[in-house]
Design a protein around this ligand. Structure first.
Ligand SMILES: NC(=O)c1ccc[n+]([C@@H]2O[C@H](COP(=O)([O-])OP(=O)(O)OC[C@H]3O[C@@H](n4cnc5c(N)ncnc54)[C@H](OP(=O)(O)O)[C@@H]3O)[C@@H](O)[C@H]2O)c1
Length: 322
């Protein structure tokens, strides 16, 4: 089968580690299910994998891709939950110390077929296209959990999102505005800031700009470049929810602000299968749809990786199979 995979790793030149070529189709272990993929979406995680982060050399070659939607062997249209937990684990899969994401230990979704534990399949409603459904399992699920499970702030609150165009950022704005939060956004690029407002943000600001007032919560994916601004932007008692550090670890932890203003710093990673089902349902009920920047045939995946590396994306890049 055709697959997009990490053949090696390169910290400085991740695209040099990427191959698009034939790979053996996966075997289906007992209790697992095969999905013939129709669409899969790109995440920053796939770039980290090419850089060797979370993907040691002894697991290569590894088919990339956490997110996918397709058709199972029974003919059901399904979305794939990307968190694979230990069979003995009970409860919130994201807390299982033995969990992994597709493409870390098990082959990922940038291929004709993927196999996953049968419990990882969620029905795709007809109202969502395969391209839209394929955006949900990582960036959108992460945004859903950050806002609705981890932030502790209710609709009506003001929430700042650091970064305008990212997969997680656009999901946060779309989901938060649909749920009645006042969403504020920072972005480096004027065009992306304008698009964030079109998407539902109440206001968009240049990265690092002083805000008109302090906010109840900040959603962080950027890390070093925005961390101090996040801490400075919060009301006393406010919360930073952090799921990523694209620009690296924060150099100043802002501890004085954290204790003096009694801020909460809350980590968030992916989401549970139940949260993915609720996210799918939320999209159906509200009409909110993932923001798809570009759809490419899987064979042209390298172009999508290059655009993400250049920071030239607003929303999600989706790869399709016929
Ligand atoms: N823990 C988890 O479960 C989880 C899940 C999903 C993602 N993540 C992590 O979250 C991060 C974002 O993922 P993604 O897929 O949304 O990536 P992405 O689509 O590449 O988005 C990157 C975002 O970072 C912003 N950004 C990058 N460099 C910046 C800088 N120097 N200053 C200000 N903003 C900057 C961009 O803002 P502009 O709009 O200004 O370009 C954009 O919004 C990644 O590090 C990823 O690994 C973690």
């Amino acid at each position: 089968m055709i697959a997009v995979y990490a053949a090696r790793s390169s910290q400085d030149d991740p695209l040099s580690a990427l191959e698009v070529a034939e790979r053996p189709a996966p075997e289906v272990p007992d209790g697992w299910a095969r999905v013939r993929l129709r669409a899969a979406s790109l995440n920053h995680h796939d770039l980290w994998s090419l850089r060797g982060v979370g993907l040691p050399e002894d697991r290569l070659p590894m088919v990339l891709g956490c997110d996918g939607a397709g058709v199972d062997d029974e003919g059901n249209e399904v979305v794939v939950h990307a968190v694979v937990s230990d069979p003995a684990w009970r409860g919130d899969e994201t807390l299982d110390p033995k969990r992994s994401l597709l493409s870390e230990r098990y082959q990922g979704t940038f291929a004709d077929e993927v196999v996953v534990p049968a419990r990882n399949l969620v029905r795709k409603p007809a109202a969502l296209s395969f391209e839209q459904a394929a955006c949900l399992p990582t960036a959108w699920l992460t945004a859903y959990r950050m806002l609705f499970t981890r932030s502790g702030v209710a609709p009506g609150a003001t929430v700042l999102v650091q970064g305008a165009g990212g997969g997680v950022s656009t999901a946060l704005v779309a989901l938060g505005s649909a749920a009645g939060y006042r969403m504020w956004v920072t972005g480096r690029d004027e065009v992306k800031r304008a698009r964030a407002v079109e998407l539902g943000a109440d206001q968009a600001f240049e990265s690092g700009a002083r805000l008109p007032e302090r906010v109840d919560a900040v959603m962080e994916t950027v890390g070093r470049a925005t961390w101090s601004h996040s801490a400075r932007s919060l009301k006393p008692g406010g919360t930073i929810v952090v799921c990523g550090a694209t620009t690296g670890d924060a150099t100043a932890a802002e501890l004085q602000r954290v204790f003096f203003l009694q801020l909460r710093v809350v980590g968030s990673t992916m989401g549970t299968r139940d949260e993915l089902e609720r996210l799918v349902q939320m999209c159906t009920v509200t009409g909110v749809r993932p923001v798809v920047d570009q759809v490419l045939p899987l064979e042209q995946a390298r172009d999508g990786f290059a655009r993400m590396l250049d920071g030239d994306v607003f929303g999600k890049v989706v790869f399709t199979r016929p």
